[in-house]
Design a protein around this ligand. Sequence first.
Ligand code: NAD
Length: 243
Amino acid sequence: MTTPISLLIHGASGRMGQSLLGLLHERPSLQLVAATSRQPEALLLHEGEALAPSQLFAAPAFDLMIDFSLPEAFDGALAAALTRKAGFVSGTTGLSDEQRSALESASVHIPVLWSANFSLGVAVLADLVERAARALPGWDLDIVESHHIHKKDAPSGTAILLGEAAQRGGAEPHYASLRAGDIVGEHWLQFAGQGERVELAHRATRREIFARGALAVGEWLARQPAGGYTMRDWVASHSFAGA
Ligand code: NAD
């Protein structure tokens, strides 16, 4: 039996926050002590206290904070995690350079992990892509991503993340983007050599993969010493043995 990890979810009333709360039962070692929301009275919790953001510093003791909120809420969340010497997992996007620096400074004192994509499958795929690129020097690499019609940015942040993994392995990727229907997110990569091709792909069918990944990574991060961690560290520590 592993020691329980007390958890605070910041941004609990949002889409990601609700997904985190809904999947908590899959991680019995995570014990919710508090969840913050701008509408705490609307939170339906099975355990823990519902708090307004202004009550963050009065929250019960916690070992881990998971933050999926907005940039304007991020500074208070990080400060509270630092004060409590708690691990800090954040998926909040649109952070400023100052906020990125603050994360780095905080990592001297607490374990922190920020990622634009908490899918465990994408984290493993990035690792495979880097290794394939290293093993196949001189091969062409195309990254084709498909998303729903409403997605504005292209290539997707995940395609860029996979491209960066390929670049670490020495490849120079080309990107193509498709926007159609209600596709949650698909990434297909083709390494093309002379007379042969290697294809790798990830298909997301449900958005809850991000919350499930954040909970898995949080459980791991809370047991690490202070430092700045990435999804690559999580993959390396698991060596494909499962979360
Ligand atoms: P949302 O708009 O549904 O929820 C935002 C949450 O932040 C709400 O709970 C809201 O109450 C809270 N919040 C907003 N302003 C606040 C403030 N000033 N103080 C305290 N709390 C405040 O958004 P969402 O879809 O849940 O996404 C949240 C964040 O996570 C976004 O930045 C989004 O881009 C990011 N995201 C990341 C991943 C990933 O894998 N990294 C996946 C999905 C979403």
